[in-house]
Ligand binder design. Structure first.
Ligand SMILES: Nc1ncnc2c1ncn2[C@@H]1O[C@H](COP(=O)(O)OP(=O)(O)OP(=O)(O)O)[C@@H](O)[C@H]1O
Length: 274
């Protein structure tokens, strides 16, 4: 579990990026921070692994303040996946993934073996191991980025808009892979996006943020859609534009559900376990 307690961050130029933010991130599930550009998502994420230091307040992982931990060791123990994968251009795929285990003291051959296993885990062919990042597609680069994030077998994985730069089809694939990985690996994932659909797809807990990282609402996707806390949330999740507003239409074969654009999205059945 990760806990933010009254965390604020004022940058040197006076910008108050985070204003008194408190949140519990449950272990072994995915929490998504979602909000418009500049609301403070990246700053929150980077305070977890001390790439950014809070001005006040504390952040704890499993009850221990990160401020008391050695920043370099802390960073190596937490997976971090960023937009555009953030790969080292002069290292091969294998080199990029093996770097973290090497830094953590693994021998060259053990780190290489681990890196190959991780390519399997993220669905990349081992044939790509000797390529350089520029020789990969955007989606493949992102997978390498995820493999690198998992390399230290961290309990906590931070993902900052990891699929922002790939096309919609690859993005959908990577989202499904993320869901599969989460099921298999059982990590505590904190995921940042500005895309509410991505947030609802991936998040067990979704945190909708306004400027200054003010929390507009925290809840499961169902809770938020069923009971938006205010007009800002309703608008942000698209209810007012009819995006998540469905109507029921009777047809000779039974009731169907129709979206705001008049397109039939599915059939209405009795019961279900929700
Ligand atoms: N080093 C810095 N110095 C001054 N202000 C900063 C710095 N880094 C970020 N900010 C400001 O802090 C606020 C929050 O930035 P942050 O990058 O956390 O937002 P974000 O929600 O991740 O945005 P985006 O989705 O565009 O990446 C913004 O107003 C930003 O301009």
């Amino acid at each position: 579990m990760i806990e933010f307690r009254s965390v604020s961050k004022r940058f040197d130029d006076g910008t108050l990026a985070i204003n008194d933010f408190s949140l519990v991130v449950p272990a072994r599930s995915t929490t998504v921070l979602v909000g418009s550009s500049g609301c403070g998502k990246t700053t929150l994420l980077r305070m977890i692994n001390r790439m950014i230091e809070p001005t006040s307040g504390t952040i704890e992982i499993d009850g221990e303040s990160v401020q008391g931990r050695d920043p370099v060791r802390l960073r190596r123990s937490i997976g971090y996946v960023m937009q555009n994968a953030g790969l080292l251009p002069h290292f091969t795929v294998l080199g990029n993934v093996a770097t973290v285990p090497r830094l953590n003291g693994a021998s060259k051959s053990a780190a290489g073996d681990r890196a190959l296993e991780l390519l399997d885990t993220v669905g990349l062919s081992r044939d790509l191991a000797d390529r350089y990042p520029s020789q990969l597609s955007g989606g493949q680069q992102q997978r390498v980025g995820v493999a690198r994030g998992l390399a230290a077998d961290p309990n906590v994985l931070l993902m900052d808009e990891p699929f922002g730069a790939v096309d919609p089809i690859v993005r959908a694939e990577l989202q499904q892979e993320t869901i599969r990985l989460q099921r298999e690996l059982d990590k505590t994932v904190v995921f940042v996006t500005h895309d509410i659909d991505e947030a609802f797809l991936l998040g067990d807990q979704v945190v909708i943020l306004e400027k200054g990282a003010r929390i507009a609402q925290v809840g499961s996707p169902s809770e938020i859609i069923e009971n938006p806390a205010n007009d800002f949330v309703a608008s942000f999740i698209g209810i007012d534009k009819g995006k998540r507003a469905f109507t029921v239409k009777e047809t000779p074969r039974g009731a169907v559900v129709v979206d705001g654009a008049g397109r039939t999205q599915g059939v209405l059945i009795e019961g279900g376990d929700a």
